[in-house]
Design a binder for this molecule. Structure first.
Ligand code: THU
Length: 128
C-alpha cells in the first residue's frame, strides 16, 4: 500500500494491545497540514475501559495541537473491511466532521468513503 496514511495505520496495528479479543486494529488521522498521527486499540481486563485505535489516534493528534483533519484510515486483518465502531464514529464526527475514511486490510484491499455515509443524521453541537 503506497498511501502513507494507510501505511501508518497498518504499522500502528502491530502495536495493538488486544490480549482479550485478539483483534488488532490500527488507525491513523491526517491533519490539514499533512501531519499523521497513528494509534492502535488498547484493551483492559475490565473490557469496558478498552480504547479503540481510532480514538487513540485522534487523542494523540489533539494532544499534539492538531484540530482540523482531512482523512482517517482504519486497518484490520479482515476480508470484509472493518469500519469504525459506533462510539468512534461519534468521536470522529465531533473532531473530524464529514471526513474521508479509508478502510484497509492486510491484503491490500481498501475502500474510501465519507464519515457521513457511516453516521447519517449525526448528533452534534449544532443541535445544542
Ligand atoms: N476496535 C477498534 O480498535 N476499532 C474498530 O474500529 C473496531 C473495534 C477494537 C476494540 C477491541 O479492542 C477490539 O477491536 C474488538 O472489538
Amino acid at each position: 500500500m503506497n498511501d502513507p496514511l494507510v501505511a501508518a495505520a497498518l504499522s500502528a496495528r502491530t502495536n495493538a494491545h488486544a490480549p482479550y479479543s485478539r483483534f488488532a486494529v490500527g488507525a491513523a488521522v491526517e491533519d490539514e497540514t499533512g501531519r499523521i498521527f497513528a494509534g492502535c486499540n488498547i484493551e483492559n481486563a475490565s473490557y469496558g475501559l478498552t480504547v479503540c485505535a481510532e480514538r487513540v489516534a485522534v487523542w494523540k493528534a489533539m494532544s499534539e495541537g492538531s484540530r482540523r483533519f482531512r482523512r482517517v484510515a482504519v486497518a484490520a486483518d479482515t476480508v470484509v473491511l472493518t469500519p469504525p465502531c459506533g462510539a468512534c464514529r461519534q468521536i470522529l464526527w465531533e473532531f473530524c466532521g464529514d471526513v474521508e475514511i479509508v478502510l484497509a486490510n492486510l491484503e491490500g484491499a481498501s475502500e474510501t468513503l465519507r464519515l457521513g455515509q457511516l453516521l447519517p443524521r449525526p448528533f452534534d453541537a449544532h443541535l445544542l
